[in-house]
Design a protein around this ligand. Structure first.
Ligand code: ZN
Length: 344
């Protein structure tokens, strides 16, 4: 079980980077993985702060998260041999930093500039170019430094997406329980409770999630970090990723002009909650309150894409048993689910 040693959330916390880095024993060299925009917003500050302490700092800019980006980073790590790698940015930059550093046996620190999904603290990385469309094991960050002053400036849509990714844990946990009951799969009570609690807290605090409201952002950040930690404890993405995530992955494969990860997972959660015979209307209400998409049209996909994705979802990860495997829905049944829940 790998867990972060330091988690620092709040206004202006980017200033803590040198202190935390030194405390963790990295005093000589570091490498910053960032995007062009996130480098201007935060990467440059991290670099200056570390250089002020006399550290040698290298920078590697990426715009996508593909296996090629990860390999290029690994080559760069082999040459400059940094003691620690920083992922500074949104999901893609952190994912590249996380996987590249893990493959080279170097620790990594997460400095998120957005809150669009739970990858900011999880041990998994979502990188394109592998056979599988879902996240793979990499390593948990040794520290997470989330500066709400910086994250506050991220597009509001990324906050809404982050909320969707947390709310998704309601059905992810139900799928995990189902797999324990029907397939005798290992089930972690603690990690599933932690993921579920995060979802409940985000729903309960939906009215705090307004642009410019730091309190709401904090609730979301803590929920996302808790979800990341729950995956470290479980040793897999099980507590945080079930049938609703499979629906989102399937939608990515069917319609490449897709919406954000958490937005798709949110819509998936509504339908999977219906299939689990649980509070799907409450989930839909919470998403509506947050201004998150709840329909195919709002996701920017066609009705038939949703039906196709529902059917495909059950097939893309056979080892992950979910309600979709249990029910084995026909095309008509998929259409019915989407219609009843008003997704189409
Ligand atoms: Zn997710």
């Amino acid at each position: 079980m790998q867990l972060p040693r330091e988690v620092i959330v709040g206004k202006g916390t980017i200033e803590c980077v040198p202190e935390v880095t030194q405390r963790l024993g990295f005093k000589k060299s570091a490498m910053i993985i960032s995007g062009t925009k996130s480098y201007d917003i935060a990467g440059k500050i991290v670099r200056e702060l570390l250089e002020r302490e006399g550290m040698i700092v290298d920078t590697f800019l990426v715009e996508t998260a593909t296996i090629r980006d990860v390999r290029a980073l690994e080559e760069k790590i082999k040459v400059s041999k940094p003691q620690v790698v920083f992922g500074v940015g949104g999901g893609t930059k952190i994912d590249v930093a996380k996987l590249g550093s893990a493959r080279q046996g170097i620790q990594f620190m997460s400095v998120p500039t957005t809150v669009s999904h739970d990858g900011i603290a999880s041990p998994l990385a979502s990188v394109k170019g592998f056979e599988k469309p879902y996240s793979i094991m990499a390593q948990a960050p040794i520290a997470i430094i989330a500066d709400t002053d910086i994250i506050m400036h991220a597009p509001w849509r990324s906050v809404v997406s982050g909320c969707g990714d947390v709310i998704a844990k309601i059905t992810a946990v139900k799928d995990w329980k189902l797999a324990r009951e029907e397939k005798n799969e290992y089930y972690g009570e603690y990690s599933s409770s932690q993921a579920l609690m995060s979802a409940k807290l985000v729903i309960r605090n939906a009215e705090l999630m307004r642009p410019g409201n730091e309190e709401g952002l904090r609730v979301l950040l803590e929920a996302l970090i808790s979800c990341g930690v729950s995956m470290s404890i479980a040793g897999s993405s099980r507590p945080c990723s079930g049938s609703e995530h499979l629906f989102s992955h399937a939608l990515d494969m069917i319609n490449c002009h897709h919406a954000m990860h958490g937005e798709q997972c949110g819509v998936g959660t509504i339908m999977m909650a219906y299939l689990h015979k649980t509070c799907w209307k409450r989930i839909k209400d919470a998403l509506e309150k947050l201004g998150a998409p709840t329909t195919a049209c709002e996701l920017g996909v066609r009705n038939e894409d949703v039906i196709k994705a529902l059917q495909k979802a059950a097939t893309i990860r056979p080892e992950r048993y979910t309600i979709l495997n249990k029910l084995n829905l026909s095309q008509e049944a998929c259409e019915k689910v989407a219609k009843i829940t008003e997704v189409i």
